[in-house]
Write a protein that binds this ligand. Structure first.
Ligand SMILES: [Zn+2]
Length: 700
């Protein structure tokens, strides 16, 4: 029997009008994440640089990523390793909207911390729900009365969205989820309470679902520990290839082809013509737009789709221009701190430590003649001290700090004394009240002292308590300096031996015991030193300093003293660092397999390095927090110690450093040239939007 439409009295639908189909059939038509976003997503002024309906055509390289995230695609995992300003976060948001509206099910979004999870929910998610009609009807606003909806939990027909912080094991265990989305995975702790990496804990929530999707997205950080880089390498490693407007050759956009003036050199040897940035919109167009750009997998047999995108692809008007990127590359050449940020956030590449050890001779060669031990040079305003206890002596390191956590070693001394006897501290007690002088002769004292209480804890604590008043596990005292009163804070500290530490400063534990099992005087807590992260940071800075062409950009500097005037001039020696000091700084190396720092040679003393770590700890301690000092605070210190520099607007030729952003501890841990490090260029100086501006760390 055949079907004859003519015998039926129903009007046939207009083929151009498919509403009857859509109304009459309950089976949803296949819709990809990008298709959903193009149909339903609206970007508001608060949430986006370019408000209006979402158009995948505006960021064509996101199309394939979103197609892989769609139900119709068989993959179970997608990784996106990206620079900032390349729409990665919007891809994640689109995936969330699709998972609420089109294909509901249990879903978990993981942010680095619970605080960031709250913020994402209150800002990004809320804005998206309010501005998308289809979502608006499905999720009730979070109110105290409605138990089903809170900031971190959203119910919708057919599913549930939980927003978790990667710092909370209980959050990550909260429920099974068919979709798990991990944002900024390189900001997560490496290990959560001994239970493993947070992104892996989250991923396990999806393991029982056959139609699961796990999406990990981040800018990368350190190569050795980068989660997103490891995932990118495990995947099929796709790069977006775009055609040269002149010869048509498909090629990935590579920083090495970017010229200092912001134009781009075609990588095809036979062409080699200049590509201007206004060609970019046509170049980015993919097949869906009639163009030829496409993703190409470098490792087609990879386990799942993985994508890499850098800031050169940012659509015109949505990110830094090529000229701005060229200027940033130029500025990063001689500044290790900027190079780390440039590599992570502009190139979207992890930073690699090529050396995990220091060379004593190279460090010594960096000591600067004309700067004398004991004298604080221009640009350094805050003194801290680290003290290590040995059986017959105390090793003491004095560091001066300036903007951007830049350090200058003022002094290193070993003082006789027996830490096991209270009368063994007499010389140390006098030494601690020493004054230092600035290059202009002003008197300075250390603001914070961190003293090792690992082996002689009880005695060290007793000694510190005698020096002042105990408050909040810190000993405070006021010293008279040059007619004024200045505060000094002393801390008892102990190095932590774990390799999973992520911070330098740890607060005292509630109960403390020394290594002989005896409980210490309760009131003076012993603060923890994250030794491995501190050494990572300091070694990373020393390695990076090897490439700093301008001394003022170095992160750690030493006095080189003066040449002796003759054989009888023994005083010259006291103006330089003492013998054995630099071998002490370089006495350890990092074993990459275990993450531990080990001594090169059992007999070399490592107190110079240990005390450098303690002095750095003191600088980050609650008494100082150089990492949080704001520019106006530095400017006030500068006005006090370098008034003439202030007169001329902050610096003449030998001023140590212009205002710099503080180098984040996370990004500066291990430092060296990345695989496709920028080559030195002769660009124009950075324009208004530079490293210091807010836009630098902004995301699309
Ligand atoms: Zn070409």
């Amino acid at each position: 029997m055949t079907f004859d439409a003519a015998t039926l009295s129903v009007p046939l639908a207009d083929p151009a009008d498919d509403s009857a189909w859509r109304n009459g059939w309950s089976m949803p038509a296949p819709l990809s994440v990008d298709g959903w976003a193009d149909r339903h997503r609206f970007l508001t002024r608060e949430g986006a640089a370019e408000p209006g309906p979402w158009r995948t055509d505006r960021v064509p390289f996101t199309r394939e990523i979103m197609q892989c995230l769609s139900d119709e695609h068989p993959c179970k995992k997608v990784a996106l390793c990206k620079s900032t300003q390349t729409a990665g976060t919007e891809v994640l948001n689109n995936f969330v909207g699709y998972g609420i509206d089109h294909s509901p099910g249990p879903m978990m979004v993981v942010m680095p911390t619970e605080k960031l999870a709250q913020r994402w929910s209150k800002q990004r998610l809320k804005t998206m729900i309010q501005s998308c009609l289809v979502l608006h009807g499905k999720i009730q606003p979070a109110t105290a009365r409605d138990g089903g909806n809170t900031t971190l939990m959203k119910e919708f027909p057919g599913g549930l969205l939980v927003i978790a912080g990667a710092n909370s094991a209980s959050d990550l265990r909260s429920m099974p989820a068919r979709r798990v989305l991990c944002d900024e995975v390189d900001e997560y702790l490496l290990d959560l309470e001994g239970q493993g990496a947070p992104d892996e804990l989250a991923e396990r929530r999806a393991s029982t679902f056959t139609r699961r999707k796990v999406f990990k997205v981040s800018s990368p950080k350190l190569k050795a520990t980068s989660v997103i880089w490891r995932e990118f390498l495990a995947g099929d490693q796709r790069h977006y290839h775009v055609p040269c407007p002149h010869c048509g050759t498909l090629q990935p956009l590579d920083i090495d082809q970017l010229l200092p003036n912001g134009t781009y050199l075609c990588a095809d040897g036979g062409c080699g013509r200049i590509i201007e940035e206004h060609h970019k919109p046509d170049m980015l167009a993919d097949a869906a737009m009639g163009g030829t750009a496409r993703w190409v997998a470098a490792k087609p047999d990879g386990e799942f789709p993985s994508f890499h995108i850098n800031a050169l692809y940012a659509p015109l008007g949505l990110g830094y221009t090529w000229a701005e990127i060229a200027a940033m590359r130029d500025a990063a050449q001689n500044d290790p701190g900027k190079l780390v940020i440039f590599t992570n956030t502009i190139l979207g590449l992890p930073f690699e430590g090529e050396r995990q050890q220091q060379n004593a001779h190279e460090l010594e060669a960096r000591a600067e003649q004309g700067l004398h031990r004991g004298i604080v040079p221009r640009g350094f305003y805050v003194l801290t001290v680290g003290i290590d206890c040995q059986q017959d002596r105390f090793a003491c390191h004095v560091i001066a700090w300036g903007r951007g956590e830049r350090g200058f070693v003022v002094d290193y001394e070993e003082i006789d004394g027996d830490p096991s006897q209270q009368d063994g501290y007499t010389k140390l007690e006098a030494w601690l009240k020493r004054h230092y002088v600035s290059h202009r002769g002003q008197v300075m004292i250390p603001q914070a002292v961190a003293m090792d209480a690992g082996n002689w804890g009880e005695e060290v604590v007793k000694f510190l308590r005698r020096q002042g008043t105990l408050m909040h596990h810190q000993v405070h005292r006021v010293l008279q300096v040059d007619g004024t009163l200045q505060q000094q804070v002393l801390f008892a500290v102990r190095g932590r031996s774990t390799t999973t530490d992520t911070r330098v400063v740890y607060r005292p534990a509630k109960t403390e015991a020394n290594n002989r099992g005896k409980t210490l005087a309760r009131a003076v807590g012993v603060w923890g030193v994250g030794t491995a992260p501190a050494k990572d940071i300091l070694f990373g800075r020393m390695s990076a300093d090897a490439r700093a062409e301008d001394i003022a950009h170095r992160m750690l500097r030493w006095p080189g003293g003066r040449e002796p005037t003759g054989p009888e001039d023994h005083a010259a020696e006291a103006t330089r660092m003492p013998a054995g000091y630099f071998p002490g700084i370089a006495s350890e190396y990092k074993d990459l397999a275990t993450g531990r720092y080990l001594k090169h040679n059992r007999s070399t003393r490592n107190e110079a390095l240990d005390t450098l770590v303690y002095a750095y700890w003191a600088a980050l301690s609650p008494a100082v927090r150089i990492d949080l000092k704001r520019e106006h605070e530095w400017a006030a210190l500068e006005a006090r110690y370098d008034p003439e520099a202030d007169l001329f607007g902050g610096g003449d030729a030998d001023a140590p450093s212009p205002p710099m952003p503080a180098v984040s501890r996370e990004t500066s841990v291990v430092v060296t040239v990345p695989p496709s490090a920028p080559k030195p260029g002769r660009g124009t100086p950075p324009a208004g939007r530079g490293f210091g501006s807010d836009g630098w760390s902004g995301r699309l």
